[in-house]
Design a protein around this ligand. Structure first.
Ligand code: NAD
Length: 462
């Protein structure tokens, strides 16, 4: 009889608890220094004095652009000044929400050329992310860029290069990473709470037309109210089609499918909690099973990822699933499973279950031996593992404190505080490419019908 985990290498002991504790989200008022050291580098900061208002504009004033703006302006000292969108109804909505005096335009360059704008949120469809982000950095704006950071891998390297050249501030919008839940999970993981990492299980199941991206098309949609050619940008030319405009996620020409849209959040959190830089390979399968509405991206996607051993963690596997045909009603889960327990990670809550494997045989196998031998076997096991029966898992629940403003607020707080020189970006373009690249592997595998390989250090397909 041998304890299976007796001689295993312990990865977690290499990481100091002090480092982990210091990575708590800004809401908890801890220093970010150590977290930034872990993530790799110091950041150039264009300081905005504490008493000066930060003037913010949003490019792409749709569902998320509006959501981002509403959260961003809750941060003290932030003033919303301008909105850009290609549909007049969204600009009207901007004036309805923020007053007739704000500047509105269909041309994002009119926003970037304004000297009175300090920061921009970019919440356009994915195929516009890189172009607008690069121009915004070159125009000296601090950039909050929605996920996935890019649509193609090479765009990520281009963006990183401009970011480095300009020394600008860019934060990618996977807000979960700034949550107290993710910070707590990272702290628990690094303290060795689940032993050595072996498996990650992530799923996102939905069962509604909205969940499956069939967003409403407004009755006044027309070539007059929508700048459809601008929307297409460098995408293939097609005649005016409001479905493509309002439900762009369903088309590879503009979006990145369920993997780019949703797995990217998972990788941002997974990398943050475990210290991983990303997987080395992926294989995916799935299909369009229900929402046969002209979309060319799957509504069910299953992906298996391999992660190699690094200084931060042992080799492990991850299984990710998106299911837009969830007859069970839907739901989500994010489980990090180790040799000594499991964490269920959310933005506001982490549940930790700690258990060791039961090492003693039960009646299931003992019944096959004569009673006298059964007694001898049990005595042997008792000598090795003690005479108690295996206990239940010890459960620890972390819940965000009452009044916690949420991950989205914290992500913006961190962004604006970085602009004032008081904090550091947590999700820079390198981090953004590692998360988006890992997510996009699923698409390469699904559409290419093959296993794909990735170098997470260089952020390149191999
Ligand atoms: N962080 C999150 O949790 C989260 C959630 C939802 C969406 N998102 C991201 O936000 C982005 C927008 O998604 P959405 O759901 O808001 O889409 P949406 O279609 O509701 O809004 C996009 C808006 O961008 C505008 N637009 C398109 N091209 C433009 C251009 N060249 N210049 C200016 N405006 C342009 C459109 O008119 C539209 O109003 C996507 O990248 C998406 O992945 C992030």
């Amino acid at each position: 009889m041998k304890k299976t985990n007796a001689s295993r290498r312990s990865f977690v002991k290499k990481l100091s608890l002090g480092t982990a504790a210091a990575s708590l989200a800004p809401y908890l008022g801890k220093s970010q220094e150590a977290a930034v050291r872990v993530l790799g580098k110091e950041y150039p900061v264009r300081k905005i004095p504490a008493n000066d208002k930060i003037r913010l504009a949003t490019i792409g004033f749709g569902i998320q652009g509006i959501g981002d703006t509403m959260t961003a302006v809750k941060v003290p000292g932030v003033e919303f000044a301008a909105a850009c969108d290609l549909y007049t109804g969204r600009l009207e909505r901007a004036r309805e929400l923020y007053g007739k005096d704000i500047f509105t335009t269909r041309d994002y360059r009119e926003i970037l050329s304004r000297k009175d704008i300090d920061a921009v949120i970019i919440a356009t469809p994915d195929h516009w992310h890189k172009t607008i982000a690069i121009e915004a950095l070159q125009a000296g704006k601090a950039v909050y860029l929605e996920k996935p950071m890019i649509k193609h891998i090479d765009e990520g390297h281009e963006l990183i290069s401009v970011w480095k050249k300009t020394g600008g501030i860019l934060q990618v919008g996977s807000q979960g990473m700034s949550s107290v839940g993710n910070a707590k999970a990272r702290e628990m993981f690094r303290s060795g709470a689940i032993g050595d990492l072996v498996l990650v299980e992530i799923y996102n199941d939905r069962f509604s037309s909205e969940g499956a991206w069939q967003y409403p098309i407004p009755p006044d949609a027309s070539p007059d109210t929508i700048d459809f050619d601008k929307f297409l940008g460098k995408a293939p030319k097609v005649p005016y089609d409001p479905t493509r405009f309002f439900r762009w996620r369903n088309y590879q020409d503009y979006g990145t499918g369920v993997a780019g849209d949703l797995f990217v959040h998972s990788f941002s959190t997974l990398h943050f909690v475990t210290g991983s830089k990303g997987p080395v390979s992926a294989r995916s399968t799935g299909g369009i099973r229900y929402w046969k509405d002209g979309r060319d991206v799957p509504d069910i996607l299953l992906s298996l990822y391999d992660f190699q051993e690094t200084e931060e963690h042992p080799a492990f596997n991850a299984i990710l699933r998106i299911n837009f045909v969830a007859g069970n009603g839907g739901g989500g889960g994010f489980k990090i499973i180790g040799t000594e327990g499991m964490m269920e990670v959310g933005s506001n809550r982490v549940t930790l279950q700690q258990r060791k494997p039961a090492m003693k045989p039960s009646g299931y196998s003992l019944k096959a031996y004569p009673e006298e031998i059964q007694k001898k076997i049990i005595a042997e096991y008792d000598k090795e593992f003690g005479s108690g029966t295996p206990g239940k898992a010890k459960e620890t629940v972390f819940q965000a404190p009452e009044g916690y403003p949420g991950a989205h607020y914290d992500h913006f707080l961190r962004f604006f505080e970085t602009m004032r020189g008081n904090d550091h970006i947590i999700e820079d373009p390198v981090y953004g490419l590692r998360a988006a690249g890992a997510a996009l592997l699923s698409n390469f595998s699904y559409f290419g019908k093959k296993i794909v390989h990735w170098d997470p250090e260089k952020m390149q397909l191999t």
